[in-house]
Ligand binder design. Sequence first.
Ligand code: PLP
Length: 395
Amino acid sequence: MSLAHGHPYLAIPGPSVIPDRVQRAMHRGSPNIYDGPLHDMVAGLWPDLKALAGTQGHVAGYIANGHGVWEAANANLFSRGDRALVLACGQFGLSWANHARGMGIDVAMLDFGRHAAPDLNRVEAALRADKGYAIKAVLATHVDTSSTVKTDVAALRGVLDAVGHPALLAIDCIASLGCDEYHMDAWGADVTVAASQKGLMTPPGMGFVWFNDRAKAVQADLRTPYWNWNPRCEATEFWQLWCGTAPTHHLYGLREALDMIAEEGLPAIWARHRRLAAAVWAAVEGWGAGNAAIALNVADVAARGCSVTSARFGAPDATRLRAWVEREAGVTLGIGLGMGTEADPQADGWLRIAHMGHVNAHMTLGALAVIEAGLAALGIAHGPGLAAATQVVAG
Ligand SMILES: Cc1ncc(COP(=O)(O)O)c(C=O)c1O
């Protein structure tokens, strides 16, 4: 007998839960792509996407995943041999850097480890040392989904301005857009990348790059026909928007998702994610009070992403717990990613609990409750966590 039968819950940091309304909106035959309702619907997406990122600038859509929009940003920002300063607080920062290197970009890496936000003094020192302004852009993740470290984007802009360095600031919001508070223009980001399968509550397959006029003015010799953002944001014909056939069904899903975001309102969505994240943190801290092996990855509350939480349970308990929770209770938790050490390269001691997008209190408390049941069932020592989480939800 298993208690997993019923509606499974995917508490992983993407693909996130796709709302029924979004699935229904996508469930249709192929539309006419030459003119008519599809064109009208798509025309209405761009202002909503700009509002979501908090920009008056430009946005280009791509049939791509997150790795794809990294490449789109790199291709439009750099020429071969240009320097990028990459700030890494986890696996995804490191991967964006690898992608840049693979494109012939000269990467200067500042690796801040896996447990804390960037040290702004080191960023400042690196920028001050770049007397000739070889650094064309600074690349950083808003929330690195592997470590769940959140970077203060406005503070990064503050450092660039304090140094008077002309480099552009490009932010990966793939795990945070539509979950964590973000204001592209107000915080001084020049470029933002995101993808459809997380806070946008739509299946994987669409990526977006938002950019301002400063970024648009860059002359980049890595700008290949497919990744070139100019024909997409200056399109005079529908096919140019996607450089070919549009991702039709994803677009109908996105329209519904953006309607849901507008109905709830971004401030409420950010507050919901903050509260649910705080409930998850309270549970992990409660469990950890009875077992020093259990702990949140990020100690500083201000540096924690609100859409996913990386926590240590120790090896092999984290892997045993993930397996038990999925097999016996129908909840899939995120694998530990990039948290490895010499001793534990596979990060067996870690797992991630997502609270991203179309998620509510019952889904989050339900996931925490079955984790606590799993700890008990597997004889893993722990303090009371669920009670602390319910207190947070109770407000
Ligand atoms: C912060 C961040 N950047 C980039 C990516 C890569 O995106 P994708 O897996 O869609 O290629 C992810 C995916 O989880 C992510 O969370």
